[in-house]
Design a protein around this ligand. Structure first.
Ligand SMILES: Cc1ncc(COP(=O)(O)O)c(C=O)c1O
Length: 366
């Protein structure tokens, strides 16, 4: 029996050869560019894929949350993690200090108040924490602006006891707003240049900057090519998703993870219902192709609406199929939150289930 009949649905399947190819391709690119690869763990949240990335040459991992880094440490996979996130609050500072006893941790800082709290906690504990300035190169999320504002913050941070400023980082996720691949390349290169110029400004003012780190899957092939970038942190590349199609580089055969779903109702000739709703596909909006995911077997059908456990699929006139009981593979709009909704990934190869990997960092939002 093949995996499509064997597995209960909805579930997540990972085509192992595609996963392996994606992992190896990015590692080879990083090597060729001469930049370190520090993948973001939040996409897959599994020890097995982290191990695969390490074996392919990753120097360590990026996490957003302490809980993700703790899960990596518990799994014995990572000894070096960048928390690309502001660590704020008593409870978190206590956990951070404990984690520093287990693995090497670097934390992002983007303001004096947050840095001062980290500094006080580390000083009181007699520890030194590596920190990186988070730079806002255009995403307009967290981060200090490049150039003079970054220099002003760096001047404060280097004087804080218990902290060692080791570099700068950005997440150039705003490349996703590009309308086409050329525009994407241009935005990525602008972000990379802002980072390299900021590093130069800090160095010219006597502040050492070892690491100049960028990270975004759609920008991966561009930002790290800017001379002076030393590290890249893509995450989504291991699986890819529906958001990647519009830039042309990734097709269906580059998408390793799919939601396996079953058609449960056919209430009208132009409508089918699948057993994957928002609790499986998540609610991230489409970024190119309409709908809540891409049905591999029926690319002209649209997952038009989701309730928690139902996905309503609209069929264009003349489209046959999607009969009750039929199984379909769906490439999610945004794969990372979809992984967070499941306990395990089912690895498939040559039509068969070959392994099941627990999503060990599922729900680690603290
Ligand atoms: C700080 C940071 N670095 C790297 C990444 C990886 O980007 P992507 O998901 O495009 O691979 C993310 C994604 O959200 C991020 O927030």
């Amino acid at each position: 029996m093949g995996y499509r009949d064997e597995l209960d649905t909805p579930c997540l399947i990972v085509h192992e050869p595609i996963l392996r190819r994606n992992v190896e391709e990015m590692a080879a690119f990083a090597r060729q560019q001469g930049v370190a690869l520090r993948p973001h763990f939040k996409t897959h949240k599994t020890a097995e894929i982290a191990r695969m990335q390490r074996e392919a040459g990753a120097i360590g991992f990026t996490c957003a949350k302490l809980g993700e880094a703790e899960a990596l440490a518990d799994a014995g996979v990572a000894d070096d993690v960048l928390l690309a996130y502001q660590i704020v609050g008593e409870q978190k500072l206590r956990r951070l200090l404990a984690l520093m006893d287990r693995i090497t941790v670097t934390v992002a800082v983007d303001g004096v108040d947050g840095a001062a709290a980290l500094s006080a906690a580390c000083r009181d504990a007699g520890k030194t924490l590596d920190v990186r300035l988070e730079i806002n190169t255009g995403l307009d999320r967290a981060g200090v602006l490049p150039g003079e504002p970054a220099l002003a913050l760096a001047r404060e941070v280097v004087q804080m006891p218990g902290l060692r400023l080791t570099g700068i980082m950005t997440h150039e996720g705003h490349v996703a707003r590009a309308r086409n691949a050329d525009e994407l390349a241009e935005i990525a290169q602008r972000a990379g240049t802002a980072m390299v110029e900021t590093a130069a400004l800090l160095r010219a003012n006597g502040i050492p900057v070892d690491t100049v780190s960028v990270g975004s899957t759609p920008a991966s092939w561009y930002t790290p090519t800017v001379s002076g970038i030393t590290e890249m942190r893509p995450g989504t590349y291991v699986f890819n998703d529906n958001s990647a199609f519009r830039f042309g580089r990734v097709g269906v055969d580059g998408c390793a993870l799919r939601v396996l779903a079953t058609v449960i109702s056919r209430p009208a000739p132009d409508q089918a219902v699948i057993d994957a709703g928002s609790k499986t596909l998540a609610m991230d909006p489409p970024q190119g192709r309409a709908g809540h995911g891409y049905i591999v077997e029926y690319p002209d059908a649209t997952i038009a609406r989701l309730s928690e456990e139902h996905g309503v699929v609209l069929l264009p006139p003349g489209l046959e199929g999607l009969q009750v009981g039929e199984r379909v593979e769906i490439i999610p709009n945004h794969v990372c939150p979809v992984v967070n909704l499941q306990d395990e990934l089912c690895l498939v190869r040559d039509g068969a289930v070959v392994d099941r990997w627990p999503v060990v960092a599922r729900g680690k939002v603290r």
